[in-house]
Write a protein that binds this ligand. Structure first.
Ligand SMILES: Cc1ncc(COP(=O)(O)O)c(C=O)c1O
Length: 403
């Protein structure tokens, strides 16, 4: 069976983890701090904090901005549950935006949904392909939209406009214009979950770019506190001679990254551009070449004049099929010993969201994308021969369902 996306594990990461285990310091410490610095310099953002997950980063940022009941956050309908759940955790209301033809949220849909209650906009670089950052930012900065914004907290007052929080969970290493994804929105959350391009088993990072008068270094310090119980000193600082006393300045969360995770991240980051991204691009280009001859195949966007994907998911669509046919095709591919997946079931389809009054009627494009989507396997060690096998399985299965 060809798996869907096993992590890349070799002696380098095993040795890096063993080194941390032998060091006697397992939780947040020197490796995490180094990983944060290296991410900041790779992405080119102002500051980075590493956390237990991207989800934790999204929630910490929404809480930092003071989201509460009665506030609205615009969220793409086409995303993973994490993007929506964090809004609900804060007690705010999700307003679902429609998808465009490349799966990513449509800027026009965002514009049409803004009200005086809108406090934040979240976008998702689906499969690693960047959203239309400049279009979304120009909506947020449009004087009429700024005029609608009603600040209610100190940070909202200071920003004076809608907060732009990018769920870039898939997009580590993607490019937008001449910059890395991670420099465009007020904050970007990346995921280092086990199935991601760069994995620390579980983990995530927030890259911050808040404009003046904010200090991203101050925000970094405040997120460190919020991610560790509201404690003024982390475990490493408390261990220093005579440094045991600390204060709790807020009822914080517990979502810091460990040095074991950071050690994995440092190994992966060092070989990310030259090995991981290079190979993932080759795999996607090979899929493109092998599948483009089929008139039923709608290939995912991986590059445009201004955007380059991080090559995270190969989100294939089959033209003109129903959801039932898609499911039959998936079964046929599995029967041929190839694992595939669906990214994503739009959030309003789920029970927890239906129970809160959401349905798919307002986002028909997202529903159509979902019904025809099949994600193909992609991982560093996928061989050229396996890519051929995947394509043969896809073609045979589609043709047996369509004919
Ligand atoms: C779009 C999106 N956002 C957020 C997340 C959450 O990432 P994490 O598992 O690191 O919290 C994921 C995870 O798959 C995701 O796909």
């Amino acid at each position: 069976m060809i798996p869907f996306s096993p992590p890349r594990i070799d002696e380098k990461n095993i040795e890096a983890v063993a080194e941390v285990l032998r060091s006697g310091w397992l939780t947040t410490g020197p490796k995490t701090k180094l990983f944060e610095k290296e991410i900041t310099s790779y992405i080119g953002c102002s500051s980075t904090i590493c956390l237990a997950s991207a989800t934790a980063g999204l929630e910490l940022m929404l809480r930092w901005f003071g989201l509460k009941e009665g506030d609205e956050v615009i969220v793409p309908a086409y995303t993973y549950s994490s993007t929506g759940n964090v809004v609900l955790h804060c007690g705010a209301k999700i307003v679902f935006a429609e998808a465009g033809p490349d799966f990513n949220v449509s800027p026009e849909s965002i514009r049409s949904l803004i009200t005086e209650r809108t406090k934040a906009i979240m976008s998702v670089d689906l499969g690693g392909f960047p959203v239309d950052y400049d279009e979304i930012k120009s909506i947020i900065n449009d004087p009429e939209i700024r005029f609608l914004f009603c600040p209610e907290t100190e940070n909202q007052e200071k920003l004076g406009r809608i907060f732009y929080l990018a769920d870039s969970a898939h997009a580590f290493g993607a490019r937008y214009k001449d910059e890395m994804v991670g420099c465009q929105a007020d904050a970007h959350c990346f995921s280092f979950h086990a199935v991601k391009n760069l994995s620390t088993a579980e983990g995530g990072a927030v890259c911050m770019n808040l404009p003046e008068p904010f200090s991203n270094d101050d925000l970094y310090r405040s997120l460190n506190i919020s991610s560790l119980h509201g404690q003024t000193k982390d475990a490493l600082a408390k261990m220093q001679k005579g440094n045991w006393r600390y204060d709790i300045v807020e009822p914080g969360y517990k979502c810091n990254m460990t040095d074991i995770q950071a050690a994995l991240g440092l190994v992966e980051l060092a070989r990310y551009e030259d090995e991981t991204l290079k190979r993932r691009r080759e795999i996607m280009e090979m899929y493109h070449d092998l599948l483009k001859v089929n008139t039923w195949a709608e290939l995912p966007s991986i590059e445009s004049e201004i955007k380059t994907s991080s090559f995270h998911l190969y989100m294939l669509r089959i033209k003109g099929i129903s959801e039932e046919q898609r499911d039959q095709i998936i079964q046929g591919i599995f029967d041929r010993d190839v694992s595939v997946n669906v990214h994503f079931q739009p959030l309003p389809l789920f029970t927890a969201y239906k129970e809160r009054g959401y349905d798919m009627k307002s986002t028909p494009e997202a529903l159509d994308l979902y019904k025809r989507e099949i994600s193909l396997p992609i991982f560093y060690d996928l061989s050229d021969e396996q890519i051929q096998t995947v394509c043969q399985a896809v073609v045979a299965s589609v043709e047996s369902v369509l004919n």
